[in-house]
Design a protein around this ligand. Structure first.
Ligand code: ADP
Ligand code: TMP
Ligand code: ASP
Length: 238
Protein backbone atom coordinates (compact mmCIF):
# COMPACT_ATOMS: atom_id res chain seq x y z
CA UNK A 1 0.00 0.00 0.00
CA UNK A 2 1.37 3.42 -1.05
CA UNK A 3 2.12 6.31 1.32
CA UNK A 4 0.02 9.36 0.43
CA UNK A 5 0.59 12.11 2.98
CA UNK A 6 2.76 12.42 6.08
CA UNK A 7 0.36 13.27 8.92
CA UNK A 8 2.76 13.13 11.87
CA UNK A 9 6.53 13.32 12.14
CA UNK A 10 7.59 12.21 15.59
CA UNK A 11 11.00 11.79 17.19
CA UNK A 12 11.60 8.35 15.63
CA UNK A 13 8.72 7.59 13.28
CA UNK A 14 6.44 9.20 10.71
CA UNK A 15 2.86 8.17 10.02
CA UNK A 16 1.42 8.38 6.50
CA UNK A 17 -2.12 8.12 5.20
CA UNK A 18 -2.89 5.48 2.55
CA UNK A 19 -5.70 4.97 0.03
CA UNK A 20 -7.57 3.12 2.81
CA UNK A 21 -8.77 5.52 5.55
CA UNK A 22 -8.50 2.77 8.18
CA UNK A 23 -4.80 2.15 7.56
CA UNK A 24 -1.58 4.09 8.11
CA UNK A 25 1.98 3.43 7.03
CA UNK A 26 4.35 3.62 9.99
CA UNK A 27 7.82 4.62 8.82
CA UNK A 28 10.78 4.05 11.16
CA UNK A 29 13.49 6.68 10.64
CA UNK A 30 17.11 6.59 11.79
CA UNK A 31 16.40 9.52 14.14
CA UNK A 32 17.16 8.71 17.73
CA UNK A 33 16.21 10.87 20.67
CA UNK A 34 16.38 10.74 24.43
CA UNK A 35 15.54 12.88 27.43
CA UNK A 36 12.24 13.97 25.82
CA UNK A 37 13.94 15.12 22.63
CA UNK A 38 16.82 17.01 24.24
CA UNK A 39 19.48 14.60 22.85
CA UNK A 40 19.13 13.78 19.15
CA UNK A 41 21.17 11.96 16.51
CA UNK A 42 20.56 9.98 13.32
CA UNK A 43 21.96 6.45 13.65
CA UNK A 44 22.41 4.74 10.28
CA UNK A 45 20.27 1.61 9.92
CA UNK A 46 18.28 2.05 13.13
CA UNK A 47 14.98 2.54 11.27
CA UNK A 48 15.37 -0.75 9.40
CA UNK A 49 16.33 -2.84 12.42
CA UNK A 50 13.55 -1.32 14.54
CA UNK A 51 10.82 -1.83 11.92
CA UNK A 52 11.66 -5.51 11.56
CA UNK A 53 12.29 -5.98 15.30
CA UNK A 54 8.90 -4.45 16.04
CA UNK A 55 7.13 -6.74 13.54
CA UNK A 56 8.78 -9.84 15.04
CA UNK A 57 7.69 -8.85 18.56
CA UNK A 58 4.15 -7.82 17.53
CA UNK A 59 3.73 -11.16 15.67
CA UNK A 60 4.91 -13.06 18.73
CA UNK A 61 2.49 -11.12 20.95
CA UNK A 62 -0.42 -11.78 18.54
CA UNK A 63 0.39 -15.51 18.63
CA UNK A 64 0.15 -15.34 22.41
CA UNK A 65 -3.18 -13.51 22.63
CA UNK A 66 -2.33 -9.77 22.50
CA UNK A 67 -4.17 -7.88 19.77
CA UNK A 68 -1.98 -5.30 18.01
CA UNK A 69 -2.26 -2.61 15.34
CA UNK A 70 0.22 -4.34 12.99
CA UNK A 71 -1.20 -5.51 9.67
CA UNK A 72 1.98 -6.31 7.70
CA UNK A 73 5.54 -5.31 6.98
CA UNK A 74 5.82 -3.37 3.70
CA UNK A 75 9.58 -3.04 3.30
CA UNK A 76 12.76 -2.67 5.37
CA UNK A 77 11.65 0.48 7.21
CA UNK A 78 7.85 0.59 6.80
CA UNK A 79 4.86 -1.32 8.17
CA UNK A 80 1.11 -1.09 7.59
CA UNK A 81 -0.97 -0.56 10.75
CA UNK A 82 -4.57 0.18 11.70
CA UNK A 83 -5.19 3.88 12.27
CA UNK A 84 -6.05 4.26 15.95
CA UNK A 85 -7.35 6.93 18.28
CA UNK A 86 -4.34 6.94 20.61
CA UNK A 87 -4.55 7.36 24.39
CA UNK A 88 -2.17 10.22 25.33
CA UNK A 89 -0.53 7.99 27.94
CA UNK A 90 2.35 5.57 28.22
CA UNK A 91 2.23 2.28 30.11
CA UNK A 92 5.48 1.19 31.75
CA UNK A 93 6.32 -2.03 33.57
CA UNK A 94 9.51 -2.41 35.57
CA UNK A 95 10.94 -5.81 36.55
CA UNK A 96 14.04 -4.12 37.94
CA UNK A 97 14.59 -0.53 39.01
CA UNK A 98 16.53 1.57 36.49
CA UNK A 99 16.23 4.99 34.87
CA UNK A 100 13.73 7.53 36.15
CA UNK A 101 12.54 5.49 39.15
CA UNK A 102 16.07 5.48 40.59
CA UNK A 103 16.20 9.28 40.39
CA UNK A 104 12.66 9.67 41.72
CA UNK A 105 12.90 7.27 44.68
CA UNK A 106 16.65 6.96 45.22
CA UNK A 107 16.46 3.27 44.36
CA UNK A 108 19.60 1.23 43.65
CA UNK A 109 20.06 0.63 39.88
CA UNK A 110 19.18 -2.97 39.00
CA UNK A 111 17.16 -3.74 42.14
CA UNK A 112 14.89 -6.72 41.37
CA UNK A 113 11.21 -5.92 41.93
CA UNK A 114 9.60 -9.22 42.96
CA UNK A 115 6.23 -7.78 41.94
CA UNK A 116 6.59 -6.08 38.54
CA UNK A 117 5.70 -2.40 38.93
CA UNK A 118 3.18 -0.76 36.59
CA UNK A 119 3.33 3.03 36.01
CA UNK A 120 1.43 5.48 33.78
CA UNK A 121 3.14 8.52 32.24
CA UNK A 122 1.51 11.39 30.37
CA UNK A 123 2.76 11.59 26.78
CA UNK A 124 3.94 15.21 26.80
CA UNK A 125 7.57 16.03 26.01
CA UNK A 126 7.20 19.70 27.04
CA UNK A 127 6.23 18.55 30.53
CA UNK A 128 8.91 15.81 30.54
CA UNK A 129 6.38 12.93 30.37
CA UNK A 130 5.24 13.23 34.02
CA UNK A 131 4.24 10.24 36.15
CA UNK A 132 0.44 10.10 36.55
CA UNK A 133 -2.02 7.70 38.17
CA UNK A 134 -5.48 6.27 37.40
CA UNK A 135 -7.16 9.23 39.13
CA UNK A 136 -5.48 11.76 36.82
CA UNK A 137 -6.52 9.71 33.79
CA UNK A 138 -10.17 9.61 34.94
CA UNK A 139 -10.33 13.27 36.00
CA UNK A 140 -8.79 14.56 32.79
CA UNK A 141 -10.78 12.01 30.72
CA UNK A 142 -7.73 10.56 28.97
CA UNK A 143 -9.37 7.12 29.33
CA UNK A 144 -12.20 5.54 31.35
CA UNK A 145 -11.82 2.99 34.13
CA UNK A 146 -12.55 -0.03 31.90
CA UNK A 147 -9.95 1.17 29.43
CA UNK A 148 -7.44 1.67 32.26
CA UNK A 149 -8.02 -1.89 33.48
CA UNK A 150 -7.70 -3.28 29.96
CA UNK A 151 -4.41 -1.40 29.30
CA UNK A 152 -2.98 -2.67 32.60
CA UNK A 153 -4.07 -6.24 31.89
CA UNK A 154 -2.58 -6.20 28.38
CA UNK A 155 0.68 -4.59 29.57
CA UNK A 156 1.14 -7.25 32.28
CA UNK A 157 0.47 -9.92 29.64
CA UNK A 158 3.07 -8.34 27.34
CA UNK A 159 5.53 -8.42 30.25
CA UNK A 160 4.88 -12.10 30.91
CA UNK A 161 5.22 -13.11 27.24
CA UNK A 162 8.28 -11.00 26.45
CA UNK A 163 10.19 -11.56 29.71
CA UNK A 164 10.17 -15.26 28.79
CA UNK A 165 11.04 -14.65 25.12
CA UNK A 166 14.04 -12.47 26.01
CA UNK A 167 15.23 -14.67 28.87
CA UNK A 168 15.26 -17.66 26.50
CA UNK A 169 17.78 -15.60 24.47
CA UNK A 170 19.87 -14.67 27.49
CA UNK A 171 18.40 -11.20 28.04
CA UNK A 172 16.68 -9.61 31.03
CA UNK A 173 13.70 -7.42 30.20
CA UNK A 174 14.39 -4.74 32.81
CA UNK A 175 11.51 -2.43 31.85
CA UNK A 176 9.52 -1.24 28.84
CA UNK A 177 7.00 1.29 27.61
CA UNK A 178 3.96 0.54 25.45
CA UNK A 179 1.10 2.61 24.04
CA UNK A 180 -2.48 1.69 23.23
CA UNK A 181 -5.22 3.09 21.02
CA UNK A 182 -8.79 2.36 19.99
CA UNK A 183 -9.85 0.90 16.63
CA UNK A 184 -13.58 0.26 16.10
CA UNK A 185 -14.24 0.10 19.90
CA UNK A 186 -11.34 -2.29 20.48
CA UNK A 187 -8.20 -1.49 22.47
CA UNK A 188 -5.12 -2.52 20.49
CA UNK A 189 -1.44 -2.45 21.36
CA UNK A 190 0.05 0.24 19.11
CA UNK A 191 3.20 2.22 18.41
CA UNK A 192 6.33 0.02 18.71
CA UNK A 193 8.18 -2.49 20.81
CA UNK A 194 11.90 -2.11 20.05
CA UNK A 195 15.12 -1.57 22.01
CA UNK A 196 14.30 2.18 21.76
CA UNK A 197 11.50 1.75 24.31
CA UNK A 198 12.76 -0.90 26.69
CA UNK A 199 15.82 -1.89 28.73
CA UNK A 200 17.50 -5.20 27.91
CA UNK A 201 20.53 -6.47 29.85
CA UNK A 202 22.66 -9.52 29.13
CA UNK A 203 21.72 -12.10 31.76
CA UNK A 204 25.35 -12.95 32.62
CA UNK A 205 27.24 -9.65 32.27
CA UNK A 206 24.31 -7.18 32.71
CA UNK A 207 25.65 -5.38 29.61
CA UNK A 208 23.10 -2.84 28.32
CA UNK A 209 21.80 -3.72 24.83
CA UNK A 210 19.13 -0.99 24.45
CA UNK A 211 18.71 2.78 24.04
CA UNK A 212 20.60 3.41 27.29
CA UNK A 213 23.69 2.91 25.08
CA UNK A 214 22.63 6.11 23.30
CA UNK A 215 21.42 7.95 26.43
CA UNK A 216 24.70 7.23 28.22
CA UNK A 217 27.00 7.61 25.17
CA UNK A 218 28.19 3.98 25.36
CA UNK A 219 28.40 3.54 21.55
CA UNK A 220 27.48 0.60 19.29
CA UNK A 221 23.78 1.40 19.55
CA UNK A 222 22.54 -0.06 16.25
CA UNK A 223 25.08 -2.91 16.52
CA UNK A 224 23.57 -3.88 19.89
CA UNK A 225 20.03 -3.81 18.47
CA UNK A 226 21.24 -6.19 15.72
CA UNK A 227 22.82 -8.45 18.33
CA UNK A 228 19.52 -8.64 20.24
CA UNK A 229 17.64 -9.38 16.99
CA UNK A 230 20.15 -12.11 16.12
CA UNK A 231 19.81 -13.71 19.55
CA UNK A 232 16.04 -13.88 19.04
CA UNK A 233 16.58 -15.57 15.67
CA UNK A 234 15.49 -12.67 13.47
CA UNK A 235 16.85 -12.24 9.97
CA UNK A 236 17.17 -8.45 9.55
CA UNK A 237 17.19 -7.02 6.04
CA UNK A 238 19.38 -3.87 5.92
P1 ADP B 1 6.83 10.64 19.46
O1 ADP B 1 5.39 11.06 19.25
O2 ADP B 1 7.09 10.27 20.90
O3 ADP B 1 7.81 11.59 18.91
P2 ADP B 1 7.21 8.63 17.37
O4 ADP B 1 8.29 9.31 16.60
O5 ADP B 1 7.38 7.21 17.66
O6 ADP B 1 6.98 9.24 18.79
O7 ADP B 1 5.87 8.90 16.58
C1 ADP B 1 4.87 7.97 16.39
C2 ADP B 1 3.51 8.58 16.77
O8 ADP B 1 2.46 7.82 16.20
C3 ADP B 1 3.31 8.56 18.28
O9 ADP B 1 2.73 9.78 18.68
C4 ADP B 1 2.32 7.41 18.50
O10 ADP B 1 1.49 7.62 19.63
C5 ADP B 1 1.53 7.42 17.20
N1 ADP B 1 0.97 6.12 16.81
C6 ADP B 1 1.54 4.89 16.97
N2 ADP B 1 0.78 3.92 16.45
C7 ADP B 1 -0.33 4.53 15.93
C8 ADP B 1 -1.50 4.06 15.25
N3 ADP B 1 -1.68 2.77 14.99
N4 ADP B 1 -2.44 4.96 14.87
C9 ADP B 1 -2.26 6.28 15.13
N5 ADP B 1 -1.17 6.79 15.75
C10 ADP B 1 -0.21 5.94 16.16
P1 TMP C 1 12.13 5.68 32.46
O1 TMP C 1 13.10 4.94 33.32
O2 TMP C 1 12.73 6.82 31.68
O3 TMP C 1 10.88 6.08 33.20
O4 TMP C 1 11.64 4.67 31.33
C1 TMP C 1 11.17 3.37 31.63
C2 TMP C 1 11.18 2.56 30.35
O5 TMP C 1 10.19 3.03 29.45
C3 TMP C 1 12.50 2.62 29.58
O6 TMP C 1 12.76 1.37 28.97
C4 TMP C 1 12.27 3.67 28.50
C5 TMP C 1 10.78 3.57 28.25
N1 TMP C 1 10.18 4.87 27.99
C6 TMP C 1 10.16 5.34 26.69
O7 TMP C 1 10.64 4.66 25.77
N2 TMP C 1 9.59 6.55 26.45
C7 TMP C 1 9.05 7.31 27.40
O8 TMP C 1 8.58 8.41 27.12
C8 TMP C 1 9.07 6.82 28.77
C9 TMP C 1 8.50 7.63 29.89
C10 TMP C 1 9.65 5.60 29.00
N1 ASP D 1 11.64 9.80 27.71
C1 ASP D 1 12.30 8.78 26.89
C2 ASP D 1 13.81 8.85 26.87
O1 ASP D 1 14.43 9.51 27.70
C3 ASP D 1 11.76 8.84 25.50
C4 ASP D 1 12.13 10.06 24.73
O2 ASP D 1 12.28 11.11 25.29
O3 ASP D 1 12.30 9.91 23.53
O4 ASP D 1 14.41 8.24 26.03
Amino acid sequence: MKKIKEITKGKAKSMFTTENDDYLVMHFSDDTSAFDGKKKEALLGKGAVNNQFNAFIMDHLEQNGVETHLIEVIDATDSLVYKLEMFPIECVIRNRASGSICKRLGTEDGLILENPLFEFFLKDDDLGDPLINDEHIISFEWADSNQIQEMKKQTYLVNEILSKLFLDSGLILVDFKVEFGVYKDKILLADEFTPDGCRLWDVNTLKKMDKDRFRQGLGDVVESYHQVAERLGMNIET
